[in-house]
Ligand binder design. Structure first.
Ligand code: GLU
Length: 476
């Protein structure tokens, strides 16, 4: 593509899709069927607040129903519009297919500044929006299951789930109508951190392959790698925190709404997060250079760049100046199709959004299964597993006595081995397996096909092939 004009988010998704299908042998009708968004419902509703009626506009878009329910978050932001929601819904289709979450793709949005309203007002607005969607089965455990996205979280999901339960008093599966709920309202351990955790697991998997690391012109492990993260929201914060605290990465830059922090020795991510919560921004944070021009820090030298905020932040304008050899798209659509062309030509390796941020929907899948099975993961097996491990430990202790102290177990082996996995450990294990398997399926195409030069095209090829085979199985 040699567009002189910056493609919109929606056009970018279509261009990237087209680039991939050009390498496939799909019947032209099916190609079109997969690409287009099936339906978008727009609702305008009024809520009486502060003595007057305020009208809000919301959307729920369903991209593909090759599997049901369809799945995808609901964002609350002033910039929400139909094209954006449709692009995000399309990405959900490909994301779910790539990580083998058995869902079609959907997305929702409400045009609102959530910070402009008090909590009780936001609850009224959210419940009213949910009411409109529930009435049309656009929130439904078997048909359409929302989740958090930008500007929403556990609190909003709890309101929506409660609204659904009030309107469907006899539905035994009502809790499965949304995911990302708080733990006391049918949520699952590890969902809040899931997307950031997924970014960490994706990078760990990437760094298991010397060939792939070399393609990015890097070497070694994650330890000591310089990371710049844009957006310290739920996704960016957890990704940066885990990479720093568990993998030894150095977070040298953090870009936020009011500018950026830079410290070549590494920033204390936890402390920066606390500072933002207290002061509303990064300005005046000690131990760092503050730059008012946050976007410029995207162009600083680093090993790994993590855009974790909005779509379109890396465009044709700034792409030529981006120095990071490896970019992992924690946000949806942070690189426009035009910028993608420029970066690929430079040899930048991009770990694409539909894979990189799929940790959220993966753990949502686990939550949905938990809600439908009405039992916490591990509840049946945990103590039985511990009892069996106890038997082995007792035998080893007997052997130890028999050998008269000539051999003994390592000190923490017993405690570690005796503990059966709780829900959080099972969720992490399921997420890790999902991220590894999905990477391998992408990698196989990336390395196996000479006409595929990048991970994004490989990801689209894997996803579209799976979606196409579902359609074929349906007789389409
Ligand atoms: N909003 C998240 C996403 O874009 C999560 C979706 C979900 O959990 O359904 O992937």
């Amino acid at each position: 593509m040699s567009a002189a004009r910056e493609p919109s988010f929606r056009e970018s998704v279509d261009l990237m899709f087209n680039r991939a299908v050009a390498l496939m042998d799909l019947p032209p009708g099916l190609e079109e069927k997969i690409r287009v968004c099936n339906a978008t419902y727009t609702v305008r509703f009024g809520v009486r607040l502060r003595g007057q009626i305020h009208t809000f506009t919301g959307y729920r878009s369903v991209h593909s129903e090759h599997m049901e329910p369809v799945k995808g978050g609901i964002r609350f932001a002033t910039a929400v519009h139909q094209d954006e929601v449709e692009a995000l819904a399309a990405l959900m289709t490909y994301k779910c297919a790539l990580v083998e979450a058995p869902f079609g793709g959907s997305k929702g949005g409400l045009r609102i500044d959530p910070r402009a309203w008090e909590e009780h007002e936001l609850e009224q607005i959210t419940r009213r929006f949910a009411y409109e969607l529930i009435k049309r089965d656009l929130i439904h455990p078997a048909q359409n299951v929302p989740a958090p996205d930008m500007g929403t979280g556990e609190r909003e999901m709890a309101w929506m789930a409660d609204q659904y339960a009030r309107m469907n008093t006899t539905d035994i599966n009502s809790r499965a109508c949304v995911t990302g709920k708080p733990p006391n309202a049918g949520g699952i351990a590890g969902r809040v951190e899931a997307t950031g955790r997924g970014v960490q697991y994706a990078l760990r998997e990437f760094f298991r392959y010397p060939d792939d690391i070399a393609k990015a012109g890097l070497s070694g492990t994650l330890d000591g790698k310089r990371v710049i993260v844009q957006g310290l929201g739920n996704v960016g914060y957890h990704a940066a925190l885990f990479l720093r605290e568990e993998d030894g990465a150095r977070v040298t830059g953090i870009i936020e709404r009011d500018g950026a922090l830079f410290n070549p020795d590494g920033l204390d991510v936890r402390a920066v997060h606390e500072w933002i919560a207290k002061h509303g921004g990064v300005r005046d944070f000690p131990d760092a250079i503050h730059s008012a021009d946050g976007a410029a820090v995207l162009e600083e030298e680093c090993d790994i760049l993590i855009p974790a905020a909005l779509e379109g932040v890396i465009s044709m304008e700034n792409a030529p100046r981006i120095k990071a050899p490896l970019i992992i798209e924690a946000a949806n659509g942070p690189i426009t199709a035009g910028a993608d062309d420029i970066l690929r030509a430079k040899g930048t390796v991009i770990i694409p959004d539909m894979y990189a941020n799929a940790g959220g929907v993966t753990v949502s899948y686990f939550e949905w299964v938990k809600n439908l099975s009405h039992i916490r993961f591990g509840r049946m097996q945990r103590r039985q597993e511990e009892a069996r491990h106890e038997l082995i430990v007792q035998e080893l202790e007997r052997l130890d006595r028999y050998l008269g102290g000539a051999w003994s177990m390592s000190p923490d082996f017993k405690a570690k081995y005796l503990r059966g996995a709780d829900e959080l450990e099972l969720v992490r294990s399921g997420l890790d397996d999902t991220m590894r398997t999905a990477y391998q399926s992408m990698r196989e195409v990336w390395h196996g096909r000479p006409d595929v030069q990048d991970l994004r095209t490989a990801a689209y090829l894997v996803s579209i092939t799976r979606v196409a085979s579902s359609y074929r199985a349906k007789g389409l």
